[in-house]
Ligand binder design. Structure first.
Ligand code: GAL
Length: 690
């Protein structure tokens, strides 16, 4: 009897596990490639020709109804799905699956006129209007209600339709810094829920300072961030509230769809604006996706025409940020050619579109989709390239690069292994970067050095890790730290005892922690704890922080490490090492010459490296990490900036964003499947591992 009960329990757990681990995509197909189509923009007589062409180019799915609310609900409560039904049917005829969208980024005019309270109000008082897009306030209960009504109709109609594989909510939903009345009321409700009592809020926001004290929640307004010296504790809460409006609205949409959806995934297409704080916050989504544009003017690439190829780590960073949120990700929009919205919109370098496609794949994505099939003939995006040009039939250079990529993926499918088949030496380098957008919000209001950049600081570590050929995950505090041999905690300004205890436990159990300057100097409200400055992590790092210094950019200071000198100016902490600290780097040519900037210690089974300074060009960070990984016996590569390498499904993928041809040394027993070991600019090498 007992045994039977035990078996039933085990089976029950197993059943739950399989549900939780259901994957939407299969390893053997590697990735799917799709393309946006707006049937409502084109004469219906052309749809079939267009779907056939998509199919002939190899596309496997298309993407509908993204901005079509006016066509779906032409009058309040009157729906028209006939056109969409016909488009779905024709796409299916040509073997194209459909990603359905919720259209909430473009409310119809009847809505904006009848319910004008839904319009976003900017901080300067401007009220947005019909005629563009994204003018409706997520904080408006009326808007949410109307959106949910339309979504429910859509979900009821297409939720049980096998031709629809998944859903995209809204379009690039960002955090709205909205000063609409509903947002203000929502903010007060949020604060009441959080603090209960106004005195708790006064304490958290430090309102004794400058006579800012409140006597009731009703006196609180949305903070005017443009006003000089506005209370930054208040701004911190406002940003939390604003991010929550977006995450709740998406969760609400997702729940509705899930009521009807059978075996369809739900996601949205975020812009990778890591600092806004909404990505990963909508817990109901099955996974997160992103949109990426690589060439739009003066953005950094390598060399004279590097802007045609794009920033070598722009896609890599997004991959490593999105994948850990739920274990997989897709890219919903990838640039097909010239865009129309940059300051200057150059042609991409021949091969660059394919390079980006492979960059997305390298990070472990399950699909990639391009915006858009046809170049628009009217409207805001007339100069935006598509897979075909203005005549609707001529395939653009980017279109041909998609075609090539799709063919190459189909070839690779013959060799595909499980997703996690990756070499041991690669896995041994796995590193986490702990990230919380709130640190960057908090620092941005009190930088102390205008040349400081939080993301720039993190990038110095990230760039180094990618040159090591290390797999990197950006993780949050919810993650299991113990999965990572090394974890970097960069400029993590806001912390508490629980978090510091978790870092300590990670180290004591064998983890190797790299903590950098500005970490754990404030509490979660952004206040300084009533201790010696920076003392929250003294026991962990083994140091005390004597003071910090900030220098002018045109006259930087010096740090020496292992016989080399490095420059810095944005932030430098002068450390007092404890007995167990090994001093790795010291300041030079200042009144605190010889005092430590970087220390290292052993603690339990692990180590703590404390980097109290932010170097000018990242060279110090690179050499520190190099020494640490060598000491830990972790083998690293030495890829030049511009070349990245990742593994998935038993394949190695090497990408060259550099100016020069790169000669890759193939690992023993590897077999080249695509490209060559001599990788030209915008070239790709894919090999099969043993
Ligand atoms: C994206 C947006 C698309 C389209 C595209 C043009 O940011 O999500 O709808 O406007 O830009 O490049």
């Amino acid at each position: 009897m007992k045994l039977r009960l035990f078996l039933i329990l085990c089976l029950g757990i197993f059943a739950n596990m399989t549900v939780a681990q259901t994957r939407w995509f299969d390893d053997k197909n590697l990735t799917y490639t799709g393309v946006y189509y707006y049937p409502e923009h084109w004469d219906e007589s052309q749809w079939e020709r267009d779907f056939k062409r998509m199919h002939d180019l190899g596309f496997e799915f298309t993407h509908f109804a993204e901005f079509a609310w006016a066509q779906l609900e032409p009058e309040e409560g009157k729906y028209d799905f006939g056109w969409l039904d016909r488009a779905v049917q024709l796409a299916d005829k040509y073997g194209l699956k459909v990603v359905m969208c919720t259209s909430t980024a473009t409310p119809p005019v009847w809505l904006s006129r009848k319910y004008s309270e839904i319009l976003i109000k900017k901080e300067d008082g401007t009220v947005l209007d019909h005629g563009a897009r994204q003018h409706a306030s997520f904080a408006s209960p009326v808007y949410r209600e109307l959106a949910y009504r339309m979504i429910e109709q859509l979900a009821r109609r297409y939720g049980n339709d096998k031709r629809i594989v998944g859903w995209q909510l809204d379009n690039e939903p960002g955090v709205q810094f909205d000063y609409n009345k509903a947002a203000e009321e929502g903010f007060r409700a949020f604060l009441k829920e959080k603090y209960k009592d106004i005195s708790a809020l006064n304490k958290a926001w430090g309102t004794a300072f400058w006579s800012q004290v409140y006597t009731s929640f009703d006196e609180i307004t949305l903070p005017k961030t443009a006003q000089m010296f506005m209370n930054h504790h208040q701004i911190l809460d406002y940003r939390r509230f604003a991010a929550r409006q977006t995450t709740e609205f998406l969760d609400g949409q997702c729940e509705l769809i899930k009521k009807y959806a059978r075996n369809q995934w739900v996601t949205t297409n975020y812009i990778p604006n890591y600092e806004e704080g909404h990505i990963g916050g909508s817990h109901k989504l099955d996974f997160v996706s992103y949109t990426r544009y690589m060439v739009y003017g003066d953005n950094e690439g390598i060399g004279r025409r590097g802007y045609r190829v794009g920033n070598p780590l722009r896609i890599a960073w997004a991959n490593d940020f999105f994948r850990p949120v739920s274990g997989t990700y897709g890219v919903m929009e990838l640039q097909p050619g010239q865009v129309n919205w940059g300051g200057i919109n150059p042609q991409p370098f021949p091969g660059a579109v394919r390079l980006w496609l492979w960059s997305v794949f390298a990070g472990g994505s399950d699909f990639v989709c391009t915006y858009r099939f046809r170049q628009p003939l009217y409207g805001t995006e007339q100069y935006h390239y598509g897979i075909v040009g203005t005549d609707g039939t001529t395939v653009t250079p980017g279109g041909h690069e998609y075609e090539q990529f799709i063919k190459e993926i189909k070839k690779l499918r013959n060799y595909a292994r499980e997703r996690e088949v990756k070499p041991d030496c690669y896995l041994a380098r796995k590193t986490a970067i702990l990230f919380n957008h709130e640190n960057s919000w908090s620092i941005s209001r009190q930088k102390q050095n205008r040349t400081w950049s939080t993301l720039g600081h993190i990038d110095k570590y990230y760039r180094t890790l990618k040159s090591f050929g290390a797999p990197v995950d950006f993780i949050t505090e919810n993650a299991d730290f113990s999965e990572y041999p090394v974890m970097i905690v960069p400029a993590y300004q806001m912390a508490d005892k629980q978090l510091v205890d978790r870092w300590t436990e990670y180290v004591k159990n064998g983890g190797n922690l790299v903590v950098t300057c500005r970490t754990a100097q404030k509490d979660r409200y952004g206040r300084l704890p009533e201790t010696r400055f920076g003392a929250m992590i003294d026991e962990l790092t083994g140091n005390e922080l004597e003071f910090y210094d900030l220098l002018l950019p045109h006259d930087p200071g010096y740090v020496s490490f292992a016989g080399k000198t490095y420059r810095w100016n944005t932030w430098g902490e002068i450390l007092k090492p404890g007995k167990e600290s090994e001093v790795w780097a010291v300041y030079e040519k200042e009144f605190y010459e010889g005092k430590p900037a970087v220390t290292f210690r052993k603690l339990g089974k692990g180590t703590v490296t404390y980097v109290g300074v932010d170097s000018k060009d990242g060279a110090l960070e690179r050499d520190i990490l190099k020494k640490l990984y060598t000491q830990l016996g972790i083998d690293t590569m030495n890829l030049p900036y511009g070349v990245t390498m990742e593994y998935r499904n038993g394949f190695g993928i090497v990408l060259n964003y550099g100016e020069k041809t790169y000669q890759f040394a193939l690992p023993d027993g590897a077999e080249v499947l695509i490209g060559d070991v001599e990788i030209p600019t915008a070239g790709v090498l894919v090999f099969k591992i043993k």
